[in-house]
Design a protein around this ligand. Sequence first.
Ligand SMILES: N[C@@H](Cc1ccccc1)C(=O)O
Length: 513
Amino acid sequence: MSEDIKKTINELHIYEKKLLKELEANPKATPEEIAENTGMDIKSVMSAAGSLASKDIIDVDKEVEETYSLTEDGLKYADEGLPERRILDVLAEKKQIHMKDLSSETGVDKKEANIAIGWLRRKNWAQIDKGVVNITDFGKEFTSKVGVDEKVLDYLKTNADGVKLFTDDLKDGFKKLAGRKNILNVKKETSHSFNILPKGEDILNEGFTIQKQATQLTHQQLKDGEWKSLQYRPYDINAEAPVFFAGKKHPLRVIIDEIREIFLNMGFSEDKGSYVESAFWNFDSLFQPQDHAAREMQDTFYLKNPLTCDLPDDNLVKLTAETHENGGGTGSIGWQYDWNEDIARQSVLRTHTTGISTKHLFEHEPPIKMFSVGRVFRRETFDYKHLPEFHQVEGLVCDEKISFQNLLGTLKEFYKKLGFEVRFRPAYFPYTYLSTETEIYLEEKESWIELGGAGMFRPEVLKPLGITQPALAFGLGIERLAMIRYDVSDIRMLYKSDIKWLRELNLANGVKL
Ligand SMILES: N[C@@H](Cc1ccccc1)C(=O)O
């Protein structure tokens, strides 16, 4: 028990302590008095009280007090009499008045006269018969009496500061007046009073000192040793705190940067291509025949502007043409068709980043270790795993002793560093042999999905580029990795700008906050 009390005391704010002490000395003190006596402002008193109340240390009572006074109309009635009284006075003489003459005969204006008729009937001072107002016997008697409501009217007039409570003999009259529109004003005032509860008594019995508590240390306090004598207010580490959403990188950007870092660390250098590429680099340099299905409009975006691109070095074009037509000097018989320069000039949105690899091979001497990350474009229909625009990371290693083993090892290592386990299966690409595809298992869909392709560039690719050493190459999709990392079952989520998802996503491990 006492341990509890000590802990509670320990956690009291200095304002709470001040308020409690003041209440002990002055149990009836109002918040205003407490503010005055402790030097706190009223807001701090009220918030300290609220805090003490939430811990059952004191009780806060709220009382609303109403003060009544007369409105402008009310004051006028108090001076001149209620409209029904003024009519009654005239009726006492005339006995009856025609409705249409009511206002002119009595001096009560039309609007008020209408209201007065209701009250004349209700008070049984008059009756209306065929448009004529007749005084009743009760009305006659009443001319010399004062009604309860009229007494209250008078009372309020003499108590111009307002009345809080009506004595019993005035209560009925007050109710009547209060029921009429525009006669009474009411001002509401709330007042608070505090009571010490048993727990508060225990705290006071236990006793405490009021000492300024340190919430923040200053450089000076640390330097001069004052920190040793300060009293610290403990804080509740379990208290609910607002969640802040700081700006951060897009999840896709995060994974792209991670991939770049992995390749840089593995000793690759980075190259860049452009979205718009000639069919020559995108297809022809990769020994893809000009009637290849992938080149068709359904798969590839062809551009109107620029409609064509320049072809590279004449000799390279010549060697490429020969290789396509009959294998040139590669030992292959080629595709056995007439290679067309104009088809090679067409400009396309690159369908993969592999054109960067062939260009890189043409422009560099082995040994080569190159990677490149970028967007590629395909005429795909959207679905949970397809986008017409996505990112690939391209890789190329070319040196004397490079083998298919190295390719598998490189890929395995890369995926492992990203935290994925993949499987390889045989595949076909016109530009590689051996070729493979990497796949990953999607638990939710209970199926393997393809992550990318890879292989050893064929001599038909390498020879025209002037390369005699073997080269491994790969082109891997990035969005599908992001999908798995961030646990989204639909690839479109990555491009939706769903602010809630983006905010709550923990980028480090894909787990929601
Ligand atoms: N370019 C292929 C991948 C690939 C790259 C390099 C070698 C072999 C295959 C694709 O986009 O799917």
